[in-house]
Design a protein around this ligand. Sequence first.
Ligand code: ADP
Length: 469
Amino acid sequence: MWRTDDTLLPPAESPIVEVLRTGQPALDVEVAIERPDGSRVPALVNFAALKNGAGETTGAIASFVDLTERKKLEQQSLRAQRMESIGTLAGGIAHDLNNSLGPIMMSLDLLRMKITDPGSRELLTVMDTSAHRGADMVRQILSFARGVDGKRAVVEVPRLVGEIENLVFETFLRHIEIRTSVPPGLWTVMGDSTQLHQVLLNLCLNARDAMPNGGVLTISAENREITPNDERLQQNPCAQPGRYCMLEVKDSGTGIPPEVLENIFDPFFTTKDFGKGSGLGLSTSLAIIKSHDGFIRAESEVGKGTAFQVFLSAQAETTPPAEITPEPERPPGNGELLLVVDDEDPMRRMTKQILEVFGYRVILACNGAEAVAIYAQRAGEIAAVITDMSMPVMEGPEAIRILQGMDAKLPIIAVSGLASTTYATQLADLGVKHILPKPYTAAELLKMLKEVLAGTGTAGQKPAPVSPP
Ligand code: ADP
């Protein structure tokens, strides 16, 4: 039976009928050939008429080329293109998000100095953790667009599970019961906790969507050793024998039918309504888990629920207790005059406020051209320039080049919200060593400022220092 794409060809339009009628060949006809089992193979067919001595058409012959592989490659290239556009889109979103997170992170630093009552300080810590998590996620979107490469450090699995439990508890409807189980003595996992946070969150969000009428969500962690003859090695090509910390997210939801289960890790595969699912949750999670030398498996029964098990390569030592992060240093200035260049008004104002609280004086410019004009008038007074990179009228690198032309030793901090690669080459060519990624905290800005000023000596000092709080 001939079909082109999804349409059954009526006999009169079938290429072979046409070849028999006209005696003319039909070349490169794309058809889907149906196998006896009902599956279809895409194929390219050439038909030629068979003629007798009198030139009459007596039959037709056909040659087939199986297009399965070519179609697969086309599909992959289409996906790659879509991923690339997502990368570009993500870059744009990340840039804007960094500009919104920056002022929040800096305001928190200022508020922490002003607010002393323990309850409010607790709230500030929650806001600070969330803002940092948001900033990490932005970094992660960028790193995913460029390929997953995260920071590797000891992952505190109990803390990670605790954070997810809190988040899920606060945000999911109450008809979903949440249970967690994290025994002591878990083996140590090296990884990027923000990326793993995202994996667990993706799994929990899917679990929630699979339980529209409520149910039980269980998040657990345990040590698992995979021996060389473990059946999981056959089931999963990424699995290797060894020690793993296994994180499981289990729901009592709808379950996944076997034909859907085969595709769930494909990018853009979703069974959710338009606008509800992107089909990127599990493919992103898979990429992250693979980059942690791990693997993921799913078990599901329709009507009973689903369990996702994330195996993360582990070392047989127990996770050390959390270190207390010391309060960051915020070295004050000494009345130096600084030129701050940024096209985002909230960023400019917040940076100015922070710098003034910590003893600097500040002039603002909203693009490179304005910065150059101001510097030309006040070159002798300005001790350092803090400039954004991506700005209208004149971008950061161009402004730096002109400023360096006026004073080769001018201390400069380049602030960049985009993936460091975007401006890295230009900044390296200009010899700019101090690059501050956006969004930054007050402490990070002040520390880098101290370094850049110490490196070259300071100009334009004012005698009366402002004491920092
Ligand atoms: P999205 O959630 O945007 O659809 P994912 O990649 O996270 O993308 O998931 C792909 C598909 O896998 C979902 O659309 C759903 O069909 C299925 N799926 C994932 N997790 C579950 C689950 N816990 N229960 C039922 N189906 C699930």
